[in-house]
Ligand binder design. Sequence first.
Ligand code: UTP
Length: 294
Amino acid sequence: MTIDTLRKPVRKAVFPVAGLGTRFLPATKAIPKEMLPIIDRPLIQYAVDEAREAGIEQLIFVTGRGKTAIVEHFDYAFELETTMQERQKDLEILEPTRIRPGNLVAVRQQVPMGLGHAIWCARAIVGDEPFAIFLPDELMIGTPGCMKQMIEAYEEVGGNLISVLEVPREEVSSYGVIAPGARRGALTEVLGLVEKPSVEAAPSNLIISGRYILQPQVMRTLESQDKGSGGEIQLTDAMARMIGQQPFHAVTFQGRRFDCGSKVGFVEATITLALARPDMADDVRTMLQRVLAG
Ligand code: UTP
């Protein structure tokens, strides 16, 4: 394999959205977690906006039962647009939901067997190209966005890249953690990956944070992999097996991450983003002061 094949442009992104979202029940019984809004945009929209900013052309959604609203959200809404036009309403608000025909593909993960399995379900569409992965419940806010920062790093080093963040050491056990090698600016060589280590066994406090650029060979690794922790097919285990075979780096994200898969993270994201919006910040600040004053 030549270095050039490990530097092909990243045009495709996989969005695994087939999880059950049990932490948000009963809200997520009939509505996908990825459609829960942070203010006025569903979570999935933030991830798709970030992908498009990074130059991603094709969006591949790995969906499951009850997840069709996600695909609908990015479809052309004929009745809505026609009615809005007749009423002379501004259609600009729908602009980010317009994906060029053919650039959105949905595949099904029939049984939620884990993140690694979800990614593997997209193998036929990914084909022989490097691809990005977005976990939409991790909301990444930065300028430029997280994936754009990663694409810039990819253009330099190629191979496989994951986004990482530093967390307090006592929190590592909830995440995938990297064993770091040489560091240069935001780039860290990855020597190993461990899923949910104990605090004592953790090789660092750099956690994997929901954005990846991977070479297509990872699909073969996923194919031949047994179930890992939690009885699921783990992406981290498959990536760990690629280390040493291909370049593997971590990019420390310059920006903020919100874990919107947890309730507190979701509320934090809502408040933070509301306070950053010129059209609402003053009102929200006044409201929060009132609430906190009891
Ligand atoms: P999570 O671990 O957050 O699981 O998955 P979840 O099912 O979404 O939520 P909880 O923990 O039950 O509340 C991380 C990402 O991987 C996807 C999820 O949709 C989410 O984007 N995923 C997970 C799948 O697509 N398939 C799976 O089998 C598991």
